[in-house]
Design a binder for this molecule. Structure first.
Ligand SMILES: NC(=O)c1ccc[n+]([C@@H]2O[C@H](COP(=O)([O-])OP(=O)(O)OC[C@H]3O[C@@H](n4cnc5c(N)ncnc54)[C@H](O)[C@@H]3O)[C@@H](O)[C@H]2O)c1
Length: 313
C-alpha cells in the first residue's frame, strides 16, 4: 500500500527552499511554498518546472515534470502554508534574528502534531529555537545545496526536541529518497561542514605556502580522493586500504597521521595574499562571466553521477 501523501510547507524559496519543494513534490507530497519576495514567488512555477525537466532528462524522475509541479502551490502568506501542514521546512536567509522571528511566526500556526526542520547551515537549533512555546517540535534539518540533487540531510535535534522526532525524521527523509545522517547532539558546523572546513583549511595552507597550484590541489581531490568519496567515506576507505581492515590501517598508518596532525598550523584567517593568488589562478581558467555556465555543467555532472549511483543500487 502506498503511504498517504503529507502536507508540506516550505518557508523561504531561494536556492535551498526551491530545491526542497522539488524533493517533497517528486515524492508525491503536496507542497505549499511561501517566500517573502513577491518577484521570486511569481517566477517559482517556471523555475521549479526547469529543475524538474533537468531531473527528468537524467532519468531521476519518471513522472512528467508538469504532474510533479502541479503538487506545488505558491501561497501569498506564511500562515497559508503552515496551517494544516504535517511538516515545515524553513529555508530563509541565514540571519539569526530572522531565524528567531520566522520560527516564532511558524510556531503560531503550527498544528500540534507537525514538525519544523530548519535548513540552517551555521546556527545551532538551540540558538534560535529556545524561546518557542512548542520548541519540542523543532530541530535542524540541514541539506546540501541543491537538495533535489544531493541527497544527504543532517538531522540535529536540540536538547528540547521530543525524542521520537529525530527517528521519525530519519524515516521520513528515507521515504522521500534523501539520505539522513542523525547527530546525537548539537555541535557547531554539524558533521559536513566540520569535515569540509578541515579539508579547506589544509588546502589553503598548502596553497599559501606554495607547495602546489590551486588546480593541482583540486586535482588531488577530483582525480584522487574524491573518486572514492562519491561512494564511500573515510572510515570505509581505510577499512579497505589495509589487508586486515581498519584496525590494521590504524596500526600501520596511525603514527604518520599523528605526525601530520602535530604539524597543523594555529587557527588564522585565510591570508588575503593567498586569496588574491587563488582568485587570479581561478579567473585565468574560468572568466567570471563563465561561472554560471560552469555551475550548470557541475549540476549536470552531479545528476549524471547520481543516476549512475542509482543504477548501481
Ligand atoms: N546555499 C547553500 O549552499 C546552503 C546549503 C545548505 C543550507 N543552506 C541554508 O538554507 C537557508 C537558505 O539559504 P539559501 O542559500 O537558499 O538562501 P537564499 O538567499 O537563496 O534564499 C533565502 C530566501 O529566504 C527568503 N526570505 C527572507 N525572509 C523571509 C521571510 N520572513 N519569510 C519567507 N521568506 C523569507 C528570501 O526572499 C530568499 O528567497 C539558510 O539557512 C542557509 O544557511 C544553504
Amino acid at each position: 500500500m502506498t503511504k498517504p501523501s503529507k502536507r508540506i510547507a516550505v518557508i523561504g524559496a531561494g536556492l535551498v527552499g526551491a530545491g526542497w519543494a522539488v524533493v517533497f513534490a517528486r515524492a508525491g507530497h503536496k507542497v505549499k511554498i511561501f517566500d517573502a519576495s513577491e518577484t521570486l514567488r511569481r517566477g517559482l512555477p517556471a523555475q521549479l518546472e526547469a529543475s524538474l525537466q533537468k531531473l527528468h532528462q537524467h532519468g531521476l524522475i519518471t513522472e512528467a515534470p508538469e504532474a510533479v509541479n502541479a503538487r506545488v502551490t505558491v501561497v501569498e502568506r506564511m500562515a497559508d502554508a503552515v496551517s494544516g501542514a504535517d511538516y515545515v521546512q524553513e529555508s530563509v536567509f541565514e540571519q539569526l534574528d530572522l531565524k528567531k522571528s520566522v520560527s516564532a511566526e511558524i510556531a503560531q500556526y503550527l498544528a500540534p502534531h507537525a514538525v519544523v526542520g530548519s535548513s540552517t547551515s551555521g546556527f545551532s537549533g538551540s540558538s534560535f529555537m529556545a524561546a518557542l512555546p512548542n520548541r519540542s517540535r523543532f530541530l535542524v534539518m540541514h541539506p546540501v545545496n541543491p537538495p533535489h540533487v544531493i541527497p544527504v540531510v543532517e538531522i540535529v535535534p536540540t536538547p528540547w526536541t521530543a525524542p521520537e522526532i529525530a527517528p521519525q525524521m530519519r524515516e521520513f527523509m528515507e521515504s522521500i529518497g534523501q539520505v539522513p545522517v542523525v547527530l546525537n547532539k548539537e555541535i557547531d558546523g554539524f558533521i559536513l561542514n566540520r569535515l569540509q572546513g578541515a579539508l579547506l583549511d589544509e588546502a589553503w595552507k598548502l596553497f599559501e605556502e606554495g607547495y602546489a597550484s590551486a588546480a593541482d590541489i583540486d586535482a588531488t581531490i577530483s582525480q584522487g580522493l574524491g573518486l572514492r568519496w562519491s561512494f564511500m567515506g573515510p572510515f570505509e576507505t581505510i577499512d579497505l586500504n589495509a589487508p586486515l581492515g581498519i584496525d590494521d590501517y590504524a596500526r600501520r598508518f596511525g603514527g604518520m597521521y599523528q605526525r601530520l596532525a602535530a604539524l597543523r598550523h594555529p587557527v588564522a584567517p585565510w591570508p588575503q595574499e593567498a586569496i588574491e593568488r587563488a582568485t587570479a589562478e581561478c579567473r585565468a581558467t574560468l572568466p567570471i562571466e563563465k561561472l554560471n555556465e560552469r555551475r550548470a555543467w557541475r549540476d549536470d555532472r552531479l545528476m549524471a553521477l547520481i543516476a549512475h549511483k542509482n543504477q548501481q543500487g
